[in-house]
Design a protein around this ligand. Sequence first.
Ligand code: ASP
Ligand code: MG
Length: 425
Amino acid sequence: MRVFKFGGASVKDADAVRNIYRILSGLPEKEELVIVVSAMGKTTNALEAIYRKAHQKEDFAPALQACRFYHEDIAQLLFPEAGSPVYADIAQQFQELEQTLATLQPDHWDQQYDQVISRGELLSSLILHHFLQSQGISNFWLDCRTCLRTDSTWREGRVDWTFTESQIQATLPAILQKQIIVTQGFIGGTEDGFTTTLGREGSDYSAAIFAFCLNASSLTIWKDVPGLLNADPKLFKEVTRYEEVAYQEAIEMAYYGASVIHPKTIQPLANKCIPLFVKSFLQPELPGTVIHDCQHARIAPSFILKQNQCLLSFTAKDLGFISEQHLSAIFQAVHEGRLKINMMQNSALSFSVCCDYDEDRVQQIKKKLEDQFIIKYNQPLHLFTIKNYDQESIQRLTQDREILMEQRTRLTFQFVCRPSETLAG
Ligand code: ASP
Ligand code: MG
């Protein structure tokens, strides 16, 4: 059996949904398949904006209306006949969403975030389910919250592998003998019935969880790019596609922020040697990239950009040297504040970390440490990583940039700088 993951761009409008049908209709009749789908287009961002507004007691009604119209318009193009069951499902999702938004409590920001933001995947999977059904592809809509169990680390649920694996194995194979399954990426459920999310862009990870638990023969991630590229074509002028990449290499690229795969995706696949294909949904006949257990020569340098970074620096108030004790206090606070460190460096009198920027979390850390340290931070910044760098690639990327911090290992060159007009070197 196989797992397919379709991202937001592959369901962004009615034509995109029809394209998924086209891809599926080319498959052998008896193929056992689980389809994991992201929210449509930029829905997750839209829901985040709605949630933020609701939380701040601003008027969120127009944004919610726009989100609803977006989904209903797609449905109307896909289901011109009145009375399709899809309309009742969409209405119910928005009714439940409105109810959540109307009863927000001030102290449960992260928990309520998950209850709101998860609606995007529920909506997209319902629309895809009904559309495939209407086209004669019989399929089972699975509410993945019943089997993909996480703890209650809101916005970044940690998977309960034991429960999840046994639940998936106990229920899905029987369904798969008769029908393909359509389910949601990005979301899971807790023991007591709350919805969790797995971290932004987490649908790839969901797909890998299903592939792992079902011992799938492969996972295919369908993207709007022709495979795993050495740079994001939206940001860099010249890009090349890798044909074959070892798991280890792909894990590292994802870790440094290559946006093509969510960082947690590869590990479950590597543990069971399940190959991951990255393919273009626009040109499904092209080979794409295979990430699997293999050995290859050093591959072309890859250029990875993480945006929205901040550089935090801590200087002890007594101007003493940065000691292990200081470091321990800093790490403790960063850990509790759940900031993600992407690069760090210490000097005699200060310690600097480059993190994904989140104002609330930075303030929380400042509050905790400001008795002990002078804390400065700088944002928004860019963190660039060149994996498998050479002199030319460094030259190309660092040209004309003011570098605030840099680091180099045998295979990796990283630097933090201010955003500039030209991203591509
Ligand atoms: N829809 C979610 C997001 O945009 C998850 C995903 O697309 O992978 O973050
Ligand atoms: Mg996405």
